[in-house]
Design a protein around this ligand. Structure first.
Ligand SMILES: [Zn+2]
Length: 361
């Protein structure tokens, strides 16, 4: 039985209850650690960002974790924060958990704004996500648009108007992340980064992004989880045209298990939703969610071979616009590919060019 989102959420504990940071302001989670929340013009209508008191090469200031998309509202929200929340200090470095636009979009602007002659406000990020972000922010060629449309067509999106519009999807990333800083400092799994005199351990996660970095501060028992562990929504796990045979769901599920080593009372600071405790419960919920979806897909595939497009109603119980459909197809392929890689499904490409997956044996 699938529990409702509300029922699942009630199994977690929210120490700040329903308090949210005010527009242009912050909530202090712990001494020198502030929670910011910025609005975004999407169905996912906000992102949480974090300010940590820092000292880099003798310079006192703040480290930022994640940035918001590049949009006028995001820049204006930051200007308010600069004025009200920095206590007269500069931002001295910018950490980014992963390459998605809401996390890296304004990194270039923050780094430029807070660099000074002889001082670089540096971006800190994993190598895979830095390079991927740089590539996508610059890659808007018509060939890329054609690749994207061909990919979605091969998974069952056949409406000519939709396919025409999918060519334009090549501008999507660039429109939210126009640039990425030309230099960075590399975060790696297991690396200890000292922020404001405290050690934060980098924990890599795969499947949601190429090399997502969460930060765990053992002294405070706090995990800045980025998008790997969210309290209410299941992080998107998708297959897209650059890696069409990928199995990110296997990577994601394996990555989740790595957080089990953290103490049960860890305070999780997620990029979306509210700070919570109940990490291990949430890991169970996320694992179960995907296992249930996989079981649903198998039931359908035993009836007849299915494309990703065919199983959208099974995975998403609501009407989707074209933009949402692209994410949904990506997620559907992730589930199909996982079952294909584990030998439970086989796949074949029809004369119509569409991949269909059938129960093995
Ligand atoms: Zn993300």
């Amino acid at each position: 039985m699938t529990l409702s989102v509300d029922a699942l959420e009630r199994a977690l504990h929210y120490p700040l209850a329903n308090r949210l940071p005010p527009a242009g302001g912050a909530i202090e989670i712990a001494p020198g650690l502030k929670w910011l929340r910025m609005p975004m013009p999407f169905a996912l209508d906000h992102i949480n960002l974090w300010l940590l008191r820092d000292r880099v090469e003798g310079r006192d200031g703040w480290a930022v974790v994640d940035c918001c998309i590049d949009c006028p509202e995001g820049r204006a929200a930051w200007e308010d924060i600069f004025e009200r929340e920095l206590e007269g200090l500069p931002i001295v470095r910018v950490f980014v958990t992963h390459m998605h636009p809401d996390h890296v979009g304004l990194a270039h602007w923050l780094c430029e704004r807070w660099s000074a002659p002889g001082w670089d406000c540096r971006l800190w990020m994993s190598a895979a996500d830095y390079q991927t972000a740089r590539y996508f922010s610059q890659n808007v060629s018509p060939e890329t648009g054609a690749d994207i449309a061909r990919y979605f067509a091969s998974h069952g999106m056949t409406n000519p108007d939709d396919l025409e519009q999918l060519h334009q999807r090549r501008f999507y990333y660039h429109s939210l992340v126009p640039r990425v800083p030309r230099a960075y400092a590399r975060l790696l799994d297991g690396l200890d980064v000292t922020i404001g005199g405290e050690r934060w351990r980098c924990i890599v996660g795969h499947g949601h992004a190429p090399e997502h970095i969460a930060l765990y501060g053992a002294a405070r028992g706090i995990l800045i989880s980025g998008d790997m562990v969210l309290p209410r929504i299941s992080p998107n796990v998708s297959v897209y045209d650059p890696e069409p045979e990928g199995d990110p769901l296997a990577l994601f599920l394996a990555s989740l298990e790595r957080y089990r080593a953290l103490p049960a009372d860890t305070l999780v600071l997620p990029a979306h939703g509210k700070p919570f405790t109940g990490l291990h419960t949430r890991l169970d919920q996320l694992r179960d969610h995907h296992h249930e979806r996989l079981a649903d897909v198998m039931v359908a595939a035993r009836q007849k071979p299915v494309s990703a497009w065919d199983i959208l109603p099974l995975l998403f119980h609501r009407k989707l616009d074209l933009h949402q459909s692209t994410f949904a197809v990506g997620e559907a392929v992730a589930h199909l590919n996982n079952l294909w890689h584990t030998g439970q499904l086989t796949r074949a490409r029809g004369a119509d060019g569409i991949w269909r997956y059938a129960a093995a044996g």
